[in-house]
Design a protein around this ligand. Structure first.
Ligand SMILES: *Cc1c(COP(=O)(O)O)cnc(C)c1O
Length: 382
C-alpha cells in the first residue's frame, strides 16, 4: 500500500516511547518527562497580546504572502542585524517558514537529485535525514563524538561523497549534544563548501538559549558564508513558541529562492496574525529571553551536579536545553529510567547511530522535578 520511499524512513522511535509512557501513566506512575525538547514555559504575554489583537483584524484572515509579510521579513532582517551584525536584504534573503522544520524538511526537494548525497551529523535532528530520503537522496553520516568535541570531521568524508554532496547540515548550539562551535569551525565549513560546491544549511534554532555569558554566533557572520549557505532559525525555542509554527530561512538569495519555490507548491504561508506576533517578539524587549535562560541555567546546574554526584561523566552544556549523558546501553538505560524511576529520557540512537552510548535529558521541567528525578535515580542500582 505504501510507497517504497516510506520503507526507507527510520522506525519512529518516539512513537514507541510515547506508547511506553502511556503504559506507565495508565499504571498511575507520576512521570517526570525530560524527553521532549519543548519548553514548559509560557509564551511571553506581550507576544500573546499581539496575536490576540492581530487575530481580531479581518485584514489578517486571508491567505498570507508566500514569502512572509514584508514587515515580518524586515523584522527578521532587523533582528539579524542587531543580534549578529548580519545584513540581509529582506526582499531576497529572508523567507518566512512554518517553523524551521518546514524549511529543513523541504530544502532537499529543491537541490537534491536522486542519488545525490547530503552530509548530516549523527547524532542529529532527525529531519535532516528524512527530508533527504523524501528527495531520494543518500545521507552520509558525520559522527559527532566527545573526542572531536561533537564537531564533524570534514576531512573524514570520502572525496567521492564530498563531490556528490549537495547539502551539508550543521547545527550549533547542537541538539542533542548541547555542544557549541568555535568561529574556526565555521570558517572551515565555508572553505569546504566552496571547494566542493556544497550548500551549507546552518540550523541555529538554539542561538538564544545560552549560559554563563556565552553568546552563540550566526553562521552568516563568517566571511564567505552568504555565498555558500543559508541559516534556518525559529521563534520556537527563543520565545517558547513551539506550537505557533513560525521561523525563517535567511542567507544566499538563490538558495532561499529555491526553497521558496518548493514551498509555494506545498503550503500557503504563515497566518498573518502569527507573523504580527512574531514581529512583536523580534522587535520588542529581549528581557524575556534572558529570563528563560536564567531559569534553564539553574535547572542545568541542578541536573549536571546531580548526575555527576551519581557518577556520570557529563559534559556541562553552554547552550541549548539538553544534557547529553554517557550511558552504555542507551535503549536499556532509558527503559530502566522509565520503568524503575518514572523518568522519561530519549535514547541517543533516536538521533542516529552516532548517538549510541548516550541518553538525552531535556531540562524542560521545573527545578523541583529535576531534583526529584535525581533522587529517584539515586535509589536505582546504576
Ligand atoms: C526544535 C528544533 C527545530 C525546529 O523547530 P521549529 O519548531 O520547527 O522551528 C529545528 N532544529 C533543531 C535542532 C531543533 O531542535
Amino acid at each position: 500500500m505504501y510507497a517504497s520511499r516510506m520503507s526507507n524512513l527510520p522506525p519512529y522511535l518516539f512513537a514507541r516511547i510515547d506508547a511506553m509512557k502511556a503504559e506507565q501513566r495508565k499504571k498511575g506512575v507520576d512521570l517526570i518527562d525530560l524527553g521532549v525538547g519543548d519548553p514548559d514555559l509560557a509564551t511571553p504575554q506581550h507576544i500573546v497580546d499581539a496575536l490576540c489583537t492581530a487575530a481580531k483584524d479581518p485584514n489578517n484572515h486571508h491567505y498570507p504572502d508566500y514569502a512572509g509579510m514584508p514587515a515580518y521579513r524586515a523584522a527578521v532582517a532587523g533582528w539579524y542585524k542587531k543580534r549578529f551584525g548580519v545584513r540581509l536584504d529582506s526582499d531576497k534573503e529572508v523567507l518566512a517558514l512554518m517553523g524551521s522544520k518546514d524549511g529543513i524538511a523541504h530544502i532537499a526537494e529543491a537541490f537534491v537529485n536522486p542519488g545525490d548525497y547530503v552530509l548530516a551529523p549523527s547524532p542529529g535532528y532527525p529531519v535532516y535525514r528524512t527530508g533527504t530520503l523524501f528527495a531520494e537522496g543518500n545521507v552520509h553520516d558525520m559522527p559527532l563524538t566527545r573526542e572531536n568535541k561533537f564537531l564533524p570531521d570534514l576531512s573524514a568524508v570520502p572525496k567521492k561523497v564530498a563531490k556528490a554532496a549537495k547539502i551539508l547540515y550543521i547545527n550549533y548550539p547542537n541538539n542533542p549534544t548541547g555542544a557549541i562551535a568555535p568561529a574556526s569551525f565555521y570558517k572551515e565549513v565555508v572553505d569546504y563548501a566552496a571547494d566542493n560546491d556544497i550548500i551549507v544549511v546552518s540550523d541555529n534554532a538554539y542561538s538564544e538559549i545560552a549560559y554563563d555569558g556565552y553568546r552563540a554566533p550566526s553562521f552568516l557572520e563568517t566571511k564567505g558564508a552568504m555565498d555558500v549557505g543559508i541559516e534556518m532559525h525559529s521563534l520556537s525555542k527563543t520565545y517558547n513558541m513551539t506550537g505557533w509554527r513560525v521561523g525563517m530561512a535567511v542567507g544566499n538569495a538563490e538558495i532561499i529562492a529555491g526553497l521558496g519555490r518548493v514551498k509555494t507548491n506545498v503550503d500557503s504561508g504563515v497566518f498573518d496574525a502569527v507573523q504580527h506576533a512574531a514581529i512583536t517578539a523580534l522587535s520588542g524587549s529581549q528581557d524575556c529571553v534572558q529570563d528563560a535562560c536564567n531559569i534553564y541555567q539553574e535547572r542545568r546546574n541542578v541536573l549536571c551536579e546531580g548526575l555527576k554526584d551519581l557518577g556520570f561523566d557529563v559534559p556541562v552544556p553552554k547552550a541549548t536545553f539538553y544534557v547529553w549523558v554517557p550511558a552504555k546501553d542507551c535503549m536499556a538505560f532509558t527503559g530502566r529510567l522509565l520503568t524503575e524511576a518514572g523518568i522519561v529520557s530519549t535514547p541517543g540512537v533516536g538521533f542516529g547511530a552516532g548517538g549510541d552510548g548516550y541518553v538525552r535529558f531535556a531540562i524542560t521541567r521545573p527545578v523541583a522535578r529535576i531534583q526529584e528525578a535525581i533522587e529517584r535515580m539515586r535509589k536505582m542500582k546504576l
